[in-house]
Design a binder for this molecule. Structure first.
Ligand SMILES: Nc1ncnc2c1ncn2[C@@H]1O[C@H](COP(=O)(O)OP(=O)(O)OP(=O)(O)O)[C@@H](O)[C@H]1O
Ligand SMILES: [Mg+2]
Length: 251
């Protein structure tokens, strides 16, 4: 089966999540096509990360459903979602800081870090983890730092390690939670071109506040506010929509 067999890479239907009395995801529905580049925007606290957490399985929704390439994954634990080709990065970096770049990436590849073992891969894929880890680091321009501890490298470089690890899974759906946050202009340009180079076999869903950069990468945009989808569609239409202006400018 190939990705193109399916109408949607990801379908979220009527998802709801509340923390105590606070409704953070309110009837959210999304349909994302294979290969699509979707940007998720919205003010702080809109529920963007909470939505990702439910898609990745880090959080259980109260109701609603999530399908990945036609399979219902709503009740699967995160590592089983990885079997279906889902990979993500986090808004807050989750690398082992005392460990080297190479070792972090190797653990990620082995699936020990977040149980990302992917059963559909041939065993040969796991044959030479160390070489694979080094190739992964090379792809993001960090090979020369492979034996350094994470704690010794710059923040922007750590973000690139995380992105490299997610990409090394060759995911079918990749969730990026603010990949550009806290980066300098130079690092931003590097990460932007890295994201732009992700192959079409991977569907990319990205949360990002830096619209100047993120809009260039996006084809479609979903605007969330107070846990609801306010507007969703083609990039230019969403940006031009007066509801988007209302959310951002309060006009
Ligand atoms: N585990 C939790 N327990 C209680 N409340 C939570 C929890 N996680 C998130 N929230 C609340 O849910 C709301 C949405 O949070 P979320 O992190 O999803 O926002 P966000 O859109 O990602 O914001 P930002 O742009 O600042 O990252 C916030 O009010 C937050 O305080
Ligand atoms: Mg967030």
């Amino acid at each position: 089966m190939t990705a193109s067999t399916f109408s949607y890479a990801l379908e979220v239907v009527n998802l709801k999540k509340a923390f105590g009395g606070l409704a953070v995801t309110q009837n959210v529905s999304l349909s994302i096509r294979p290969g699509e580049r979707r940007l998720i925007i919205g003010p702080n606290g809109a529920g963007k990360t909470t939505l990702f957490n439910q898609i990745s399985g880090d959080l259980r929704p109260n109701s609603g459903s999530i399908r990945l390439f036609g399979s219902d994954i709503t009740h699967l634990p995160p590592y089983k979602r990885a079997h279906f080709g889902l990979s993500r990065t986090y808004q807050i970096i989750t690398l082992f800081t005392g460990d080297t770049l190479e070792h972090n990436v190797t653990l990620g590849l082995l699936g020990l870090r977040r149980a990302r073992w992917q059963m559909w891969r041939p065993l040969s894929f796991y044959g030479n983890m160390s070489a694979e880890a080094r190739r992964t680091l090379d792809a993001v321009g960090l090979l020369q730092l492979a034996t350094h501890a994470i704690s010794d490298i710059a923040y922007g470089e750590r973000r690139r390690v995380e992105l490299a690890m997610a990409l090394a899974q060759q995911p079918r759906v990749l969730l990026l939670d603010e990949p550009l946050a806290g980066l300098s202009n130079t690092e931003r340009a590097t990460v932007k071109s890295l994201i732009a180079s992700i192959p079409r076999q991977t569907t990319v869903i990205m949360i990002e506040h830096d619209m100047d950069t993120a809009l260039d990468l996006a084809e479609t945009v979903t605007l969330l506010n107070y846990g609801r989808v306010i507007v969703d569609g083609e990039r230019d239409a969403v940006i031009a929509d007066e509801r988007t202006r209302e959310v951002y400018l309060g006009t």
